[in-house]
Write a protein that binds this ligand. Structure first.
Ligand code: NAD
Length: 343
């Protein structure tokens, strides 16, 4: 078991990495707890849950909406849940995002925590206090910053993940290595086969190293006014592709990182060799590095990106593997690169 503590202005959060399904009653001190989970996680793990009330949602990006949040509010009201209770999300990034948002807004906020069940949510989505839902097809448009009390990352749960969902998680792992940890990047290059074979030690090292980067950034800049923007490496184009193509989050971020690396080369920040290293690692891990899409739709989605400010967008670029930099780019330049560099 490994633990990492995140201290922020709003709330402290303990992250616990374990390799078996934990006794959840040890972590929750409230008199009453409600579990929010999705249908797949419920199917595999319900028998491990304590005898607490359960709210079960559907799964997939299409359920990450205000309608699902309303469904949860109704259930919470029917169950007579009040602010002395605790809400526990058990699932991947979608369950965590929805649970965190519902718990933060129901009765102006109820304490909550997560058991994170996908690789992507263990290295990224369940950590850091961003909770929200999509709106009118745009990613994470409605949401709040609010830290969970704890996040339990159970690596054993990764064994039941569908293969494509497991590989999806490496999109975010490579992101962390690319923006902040050259050693982790080299480790992945040397150990990608073991990682893909679910080697426990390799996965634990990847998860721990990503969480160390994320927690130190979140502690410095919880509400994303500066340093935390670096975590958006690959996400401007990634979010656009996710909305348009139905690619999974990590897959879309993978293509977004290739776009950002090429833009970094174009701006004389990154060498071509380093950009090729990034693309090679993504391919070795089975992630996509390009996709055929409607460029007009990408441009439209980028115009609606939360990172846009007026005619400019703050874009995360690489100076080298392990070092990110944020530069302003005009929408005009970005659209030109989309037209010329994307297939
Ligand atoms: N809040 C943040 O900071 C943040 C960061 C990155 C991504 N995200 C969000 O996370 C979401 C993606 O999360 P995800 O990739 O975990 O997807 P997900 O939550 O949809 O989970 C993927 C699939 O695996 C199933 N599943 C989950 N755990 C399982 C298990 N242990 N065994 C078998 N099946 C399991 C789910 O039911 C789902 O079908 C996106 O909406 C993205 O925007 C949020």
């Amino acid at each position: 078991m490994k633990t990492i503590d995140i201290h922020t202005q709003t709330q402290d959060c303990r992250i616990i990495i374990v390799d078996s399904f934990p006794d959840l009653e040890l972590y929750v001190k409230s008199k009453r707890t409600v579990i929010i989970t999705d249908n797949n996680v419920s199917r595999f793990y319900r028998h491990f849950f304590p005898a607490w009330d359960i709210i079960e949602t559907g799964s997939g990006e299409t359920v990450k909406t205000l309608d699902t949040v309303e469904f949860i509010y109704n259930k919470l009201l029917d169950l007579e849940i009040d602010r002395s209770c605790f809400i526990l999300g058990i699932g991947g990034g979608i369950v965590c995002d929805i649970t965190g948002f519902a718990a933060s807004t129901y009765m102006r906020g109820i304490p909550f925590g997560f058991v994170s069940s996908t690789l992507l949510s263990q290295v990224d989505a369940s950590i850091g206090g961003k909770n929200g839902v999509n709106f009118r097809g745009f990613k994470n448009m409605i949401g709040v910053f609010n830290q969970p009390s704890f996040v339990i990352c159970n690596t054993r749960m990764l064994e039941t993940l569908p293969r494509d969902e497991f590989i999806n998680g490496f999109g975010e792992i490579v992101k962390y290595a690319a923006i902040g940890d050259r050693n982790l990047f080299s480790f992945l290059e040397e150990n990608y086969e073991n990682a893909l074979a679910l080697d426990k030690n390799v996965l634990e090292r990847c998860i721990y190293d990503c969480l160390i980067i994320k927690s130190s950034i979140v502690e410095k800049d919880e509400k994303e006014s500066n340093e935390r923007r670096k975590l958006n490496f690959g996400h401007t184009i990634g979010h656009a592709l996710e909305s348009i193509t139905g690619l999974k989050h990590g897959e879309a971020v993978s293509i977004g990182m290739v776009f950002a690396a090429n833009l970094s080369v174009r701006r004389n920040l990154l060498t071509i060799d380093e950009a090729k290293r990034l693309i090679r690692l993504l391919s070795l891990l089975g992630l996509p590095t390009h996709v055929e899409t409607d460029k007009e739709k990408i441009k439209d989605a980028v115009r609606k990106d939360k990172k846009r400010e007026g005619k400019n967008i703050r874009f995360v670029l690489l100076k080298s593997i392990g070092e990110a930099i944020i530069q302003e780019i005009t929408l005009e330049e970005l659209e030109e690169v989309i037209d010329n560099d994307m297939r």
